[in-house]
Design a protein around this ligand. Structure first.
Ligand code: SIN
Length: 534
């Protein structure tokens, strides 16, 4: 298979990159499950952008920078908040129906850390509305070939030194064969890595595949210690299936007046932040962690009863009806909630056009670390970042492929498949990675906990490296290899930051240390040999 542009992933970042590339060449779009299996499709809250006369891009920039706790790149913030409103108009032109007020203006939502109402939403299923519109448009493009149920295993890298270049990807096809997809430019849009943790709001596909593949290809990653926990996932310990297992109660419920209550029914956020329930996510998640530890429970409550049934049904139809299905009437009773791993603020290091350090390779969306989020992402800035960078990467790739060598058939993947893999060992290690991350690398960390996590993950990594080198491949094994790699990157980055900042809180270094630590944590594979076995 030969393409001009290969896009890996089918959330907003991947779909919009393919669309914006237009007819500038042949596009292959690879996605490991169905087209709609992505975090985008689950996004409830919306997309933050300045569209109202009461608002200002400078305010949006200030809010983003304040949340980012000293690590946002101001040039990136500026670019995203300025270009965002144009991208939103384009989404609307492609058929995304953002909810409007009676006077025809957008109904703008509010979320933590924002100083103005600026969240465009399609009721409480914004991501799905975006996915549906983009897939509809893309499926009519004659120059785009879509490969569902195809899992990208590794990047094809050819050449040495300055001539080193990404030339496509090895892909495990739906029928279990490893194929090579050659391309003049390749875009990672594989989304996040929430499955690294035992409790996550992410879909099952979020296994950090792009970050792990980039790392194996020798590409730098940054700021992996900053993993955002969403404060209010519905607490359903017995739930087995999605979406109930990790059902989000959108932050916009608090934007419309919802409040958090502790075990005794008391509002506690007033004791933690001047903006109380609308404080930044890191503060709210840590406050919940503290309240639950104090009370010996594992959840608090979100009370939205003041909103009333009529408003809940109109503004939050999906959340309200799903909760009713799960036996909770939000109009009359508070819902049990707990924080869950939600968003990876770090990722593959990119420039302002989504270029990574490997020529021919781009990264867009949650897989990337662009410098927008710093140490803590402002709510609803992620769809915005995805759409702004998708356009920039599509344009940069189109320009680059004019100069890039022809796509050439890649050499065969080096996997010698001799053994059946051992499914019991694979599922055991899946659990161990996720449990280790929850217990030792969660909302509150310590030097000892990080050290214990590093030791445990190294043992698991050795086992998985052996399996992946010899066993027949399937999704579970490949994803396990990816989650353990990403888990190690998170721990290593956390150990490299002896302070507390944004989403990274370490009991042994409880204060922010601007003098020594106000910089990104950049890891390069050739400098961290302990994490580059395979
Ligand atoms: C939410 O609706 O609370 C999630 C929005 C986000 O994570 O940006």
């Amino acid at each position: 298979m030969d393409f001009d542009l290969l896009v890996i992933g089918s959330g907003l970042a991947g779909l919009y990159t393919a669309l914006e590339f237009g007819d500038r060449g042949r596009v292959g779009l690879v996605t490991k499950r169905g087209l709609t299996d992505s975090s985008t499709a689950l996004a409830q809250g919306g997309i933050a952008a300045v569209t109202s006369p009461d608002d200002d891009v400078n305010l949006h920039a200030q809010d983003t920078i304040r949340a980012g706790a000293g690590l946002c790149h101001e040039d990136v913030v500026e670019t995203v908040v300025r270009e965002g409103p144009r991208r939103v108009v384009e989404l609307a032109q492609l058929g995304v129906e953002f909810t409007k007020e009676q006077d025809g203006g957008y109904d703008l939502g509010m979320e933590g850390g924002h100083s103005r109402r600026r969240i465009l939403h399609a009721a409480d299923l914004t991501g799905k509305a975006i996915e549906d519109a983009l897939i509809d448009t893309l499926s009519r493009r004659a120059n785009v070939d879509i490969f569902e149920n195809h899992l990208a295993l590794d990047l094809v890298v050819r050449g040495d030194g300055e001539g080193r270049r990404c030339r496509g990807a090895y892909v495990l096809s739906a029928d279990g064969n490893v194929m090579s997809f050659a391309a003049r430019a390749t875009v990672l849009a594989t989304g996040g890595a929430g499955k690294v943790y035992l409790i996550t709001s992410n879909p099952d596909v979020s296994t950090g595949d792009g970050i792990a593949a980039a790392w194996r290809a020798g590409v730098a990653v940054a700021n992996m210690e900053f993993f955002q926990f969403h404060p209010t996932c519905l607490f359903r310990p017995g739930a087995k299936t999605l979406p109930e297992r990790s059902f989000l109660l959108s932050e916009s419920l608090r934007g419309e007046g919802g409040v958090l209550l502790n075990k005794n029914g008391e509002r506690f956020m007033v004791n933690y932040h001047q903006d109380a329930d609308l404080g930044p996510r890191d503060v709210v998640a840590r406050a919940i962690d503290q309240e639950t530890k104090k009370a010996g429970t594992d959840h608090v409550f979100l009370d939205v009863t003041d909103m009333g049934k009529e408003k809940l049904e109109k503004r939050f139809p999906y959340i309200y009806s799903k909760c009713l299905e799960y036996g909770i009437d939000l109009a009359v009773e508070p819902a049990p909630v707990a924080p869950s791993a939600h968003y990876c603020c770090g990722g593959v290091l990119t420039d302002l056009s989504g270029r990574t350090e490997l020529p021919g390779l781009y990264a867009v969306g949650e897989v990337a670390c662009t410098g927008l989020h710093g140490a803590n992402r402002l709510a609803s800035n992620s769809l915005l970042e995805a759409v702004v960078f998708a356009k920039r990467a599509a344009d940069a790739a189109a320009e680059e492929i004019g100069l890039a060598p022809e796509a050439e058939a890649a050499v065969a993947w080096n996997g010698k498949r001799v053994n059946d893999h051992e499914p019991v060992a694979v599922s055991h290690d899946w659990y161990l990675v996720r449990r280790t991350m929850r217990d030792f690398v969660g909302i509150v960390r310590s030097d000892r906990r990080l050290e214990m996590a590093a030791e445990r993950l190294a043992v698991i990594r050795r086992n998985v490296d052996k399996l992946i080198a010899t066993a027949n491949l399937n999704h579970d094994l490949v994803e396990l290899h990816n989650i353990v790699t990403v888990a190690q990157l998170i721990v290593h980055s956390a150990q490299a930051r002896p302070e507390s900042r944004g989403l990274h809180f370490n009991l042994d270094h409880p204060n922010r240390d601007d003098e020594r630590c106000a910089k990104d944590t950049i890891l390069r594979p050739d400098k961290v040999s302990s994490l580059t076995n395979n």
